[in-house]
Design a protein around this ligand. Structure first.
Ligand code: SF4
Length: 288
């Protein structure tokens, strides 16, 4: 129904962003029980949203409280707005085109404390001279918010190597983003894990490229495996949602079943992701 021309026209009007923000987002905030000051047009948008949501809930047999609770989460709301704006502007498609990218993977720095053979970023011990300052990084977060992006995954380089990582990640979380971090795990002490949780980081993905010997040989730094595993334990202890990521190469392939067992039984990771090897950056040198 949302894809019909008349409904799309209405949805496009409701989705319009004014000085007071997106009418649609304001209507959903109000629906979720937030106190939002609405002008006349926003009230009309809210009434239309309320009518449409009530009709859909009745048809699907979903209790209103569940939707109110879900829409109370700014990340969920941002996701709903992104999809509905996509329908408003591009129609119903398969796969659906959203108004803004759902996820931005942000190479936050090129600096890293490891020297992996397969590093796509060709990371180095020092940051690039033209990396964003803290204030510029926050402005970038504002731009992502304005565009309607839902989630930010901090990557790199090693994002935790930047001193302002927690500050910028916390800023993004406060702005309603789902915040994730892809890390080598070696810098995650108990305190860092606790601070990440407090800052609003929701998901931490730690790379392990095999069992201890293989990983350390591949990552170029002895002890990297032990510190990464400790980092995973610290994250789990702090209540963070943790995933283990493995890049499949001929070195790690045979060890993946044991890694999976370790991730599930000993480390209590919630996800286990196997990436294919992409020969870019330093990885170009180990294609064989
Ligand atoms: S840990 Fe990641 S960023 Fe650092 S060298 Fe290895 S692959 Fe590159």
């Amino acid at each position: 129904m949302a894809g019909e021309p008349r409904s799309r026209g209405l949805l496009r009007w409701i989705s319009k962003r004014t000085e007071g923000g997106s009418r649609l987002e304001n209507a959903l905030r109000r629906y979720a029980g937030e106190r939002v000051d609405l002008g006349l047009q926003e009230w009309i948008a809210y009434a239309a949203v309320r009518l449409a949501v009530s009709g859909a809930l009745k048809a699907l047999g979903i209790p209103r409280e569940r939707v109110v609770e879900a829409l109370g989460d700014p990340t969920v709301r941002r996701g709903v707005v992104n999809v509905l704006e996509g329908i408003a502007y591009y129609g119903v498609r398969r796969p659906q085109v959203t108004a803004a990218p759902f996820l931005v993977v942000w190479d936050f720095t090129r600096m890293c404390n490891l020297r992996c053979k397969h590093c796509y970023a060709s990371a180095a011990p020092k940051p690039d001279p033209d990396e964003l300052t803290t204030e510029e990084a926050k402005k970038a977060v504002d731009e992502f918010a304005k565009a309607g992006v839902v989630a930010i995954a901090f990557s790199g380089g090693e994002p935790l190597a930047r001193r302002d990582f927690l500050e910028v990640a916390g800023y993004a979380a406060d702005r309603g983003f789902y915040v994730a971090v892809a890390t080598n795990g070696t810098l995650i002490t108990r305190e860092v894990a606790r601070k990440m949780k407090e800052a609003g980081v929701r998901y931490v993905e730690v790379s392990l490229d095999g069992l201890e010997r293989t990983h350390d040989e591949f990552r170029g730094v002895p002890g990297a495996w032990r510190r990464a595993v400790e980092g995973v334990r610290n994250c789990v202890e702090a209540g963070l949602d943790v995933g283990i990521a493995v890049t499949a190469t001929r070195h790690s392939l045979g060890e993946i079943p044991k890694l999976l067992e370790l991730a599930e039984r000993e480390l209590h990771a919630k996800r286990f992701v196997v990436f294919n090897f992409v020969p870019v950056g330093r990885g170009k040198g180990i294609v064989d």
